[in-house]
Design a protein around this ligand. Structure first.
Ligand code: PGA
Length: 239
């Protein structure tokens, strides 16, 4: 819940100016709903894609204040975040809710970005794999592994989001490997092609080291996406 029309315009124009099609990485932005229309008008026909930050699991109906997957598709979205830790913790989205939203995203023709990750307490109790495994099982059990040929996973340790604490490349890689192995057990081809992003205080200074890990395929960036300069430093680190 950051930004304004002025900020969104200058951010997107800055990102467009500092990146290129066929450049270092594929780029997508996830503005608040209020700025999707503006985003569509600025990014249509460019190399930068966009998506929503969440969606309602229902296709339509009397759900005041909510936004459906079909509405996101209508606004030109390619992606939608599902199960971001703030949705899980502040808005009490359960694993089952997340699975329903994932399903609704697919039904609307969107590519869901499924966010998973453990809290600090869960990590300290050695429950990281159990928690991430449970979050993945809720979705694969509901939609099946084939659905992941059109989805992205983002591993975001809750303790690293917006805190300035980043998982070390080794800590992140270990969980990414765990996720890849879990998906491989279900379908080798899909697991091999699956993009697994790391999120949690990614910035220009730590991105290169994170991205060199074999199972880290990119980043989901929060704070450092609020200025074009900080975001582009991460984009350049991909090279
Ligand atoms: P951060 O946020 O990069 O500010 O830690 C990540 C996120 O909210 O997904």
């Amino acid at each position: 819940m950051h930004g304004s029309k002025t900020m969104v315009r200058s951010l997107l124009e800055g990102i467009l100016a500092g990146s290129s099609a066929g450049g270092h990485a594929d780029l997508a932005v996830f503005p608040p709903f209020a700025y999707l229309s503006l985003t569509e008008s600025i990014l249509s026909g460019t190399h930068v894609l966009w998506g929503g930050q969440t969606l309602n699991p229902n296709a339509h109906g009397a759900h005041t204040g909510e936004t459906s997957g079909g509405m996101l598709t209508d606004m030109g979205c390619r992606y939608v975040l599902v199960g971001h830790s703030e949705r899980r913790s502040i808005y009490a989205e359960s694993d089952d809710d997340v699975a329903l939203r994932f399903k609704a995203a697919l039904a609307a023709g969107l590519e869901p970005v499924l966010c998973v990750g453990e809290t600090r307490e869960e990590r300290e109790h050695g429950q990281t794999e159990a928690v991430v495994g449970r979050q993945l099982d809720a979705v694969t059990g509901s939609v099946g592994i084939q659905a992941f040929s059109r989805a992205v996973i983002a591993y975001e340790p809750v303790w690293a989001i917006g805190t300035g604490l980043t998982a070390t490349p080794e800590q992140a890689q270990a969980v990414h490997r765990f996720i890849r192995d879990k998906m491989t057990a279900l379908d080798v081809t899909i697991a091999g092609q699956l993009r697994i992003l790391y999120g949690g205080s990614v910035k220009g200074s730590n991105a290169a080291e994170l991205f060199t890990q074999s199972d880290i395929d990119g980043g989901l960036v929060g704070g450092a996406s609020l200025t074009a300069e900080d975001f582009l430093a991460i984009y350049r680190a991909v090279a």
